[in-house]
Design a binder for this molecule. Sequence first.
Ligand code: NDP
Length: 330
Amino acid sequence: NHEWHLLSRPVGWPKPEDFALVETEVPQPREGQVLVRNEYLSVDPYMRGRMSAAKSYAAPYELGKAMQGGAVGEVVASNAEGIAVGDHVLHFGGWREYAAVDARHAVEVDPEAAPLSTYLGVLGMTGLTAYAGLLRTASFKEGDTVFVSGAAGAVGSQVGQLARLKGAARVIGSAGSDEKVKLLLEEYGFDAAFNYRNGPVNEQLRAAAPDGIDVYFDNVGGDHLEAAIGSLNQGGRIAVCGMISVYNNTEPAPGPRNLARLIQTRGRIEGFLVGDHYDLQPQFVREVGPWVRDGRLKYRETVVEGIENTLEAFLGVLRGDNIGKMIVKL
Ligand code: NDP
């Protein structure tokens, strides 16, 4: 068994020396546990937060121990009722090849119903994040003009397509390369899209949304958030999902300078965590599952192979190497 340990807490951009790939015995499942041979690992931006000691919604990773994360794999030994050898489960023992997991924390998934990797992405945590954030936190309604940042990523690409499928007047996305922008326009059906590296975000947004925006789904923070406030219409809603542009900062980033616009627009900014919205999971799968199956909602995955490349895959997410969900295949 190989597993990734955190050796020291990164300051700024994580460095390879902060981590180690360690060889250990395959763990033995205790009573009530199953042993899973992981097939797909998830690497996600929030993991950067868990590498820091700062108090947050998820406990910091412990130094010198295996890190955790979403994973799916096959049960190869079972000491738990209800889960048998050969079953596939979604669980939290990622960043390693073999995981002994409590059966009550493992969710059975069906590899016949959908490709296993999609339970980490389009039909999993990032999919539900898009669904809950757009529909519940941002109170999306038909006829809204929606702007989403990180729009070629796992969450963002699903937000834009959900908005389109649910009757948005106009969907606008931003991403960090011309190739990603092309994908948004040509494959995902965005009405407008821009590369935030090509010019000031506020100017590019104003050109893409001359009549303003009703919803901003924020994955990025920083100048994107300020630009969105600047383009917000009356009664506009901003769902704060993530702020990836600040995750590696060593100093607090300056706040948006135009918050006063929230007064005249009666605008609302609200953060959310997907973990609070799992009551929507059945509705999400019922509604979005068929769209994924029949191709009306498209998704991409960037698949990196091998446990030894898991750290690079994670760093790749912070750099923007990925299109759609970043997945590690073992
Ligand atoms: P993505 O698949 O979107 O990958 C992250 C992307 O962020 C990269 O591909 C990169 O794309 C972009 N990015 C990196 N640095 C910057 C920057 N400085 N400015 C703008 N864009 C940048 O990841 P996810 O879909 O998993 O997550 C998207 C966001 O949602 C993250 O902020 C994450 O923390 C948040 N999140 C929040 C959850 C919640 O419960 N609130 C749950 C899940 C995710 P590009 O090439 O376009 O720069």
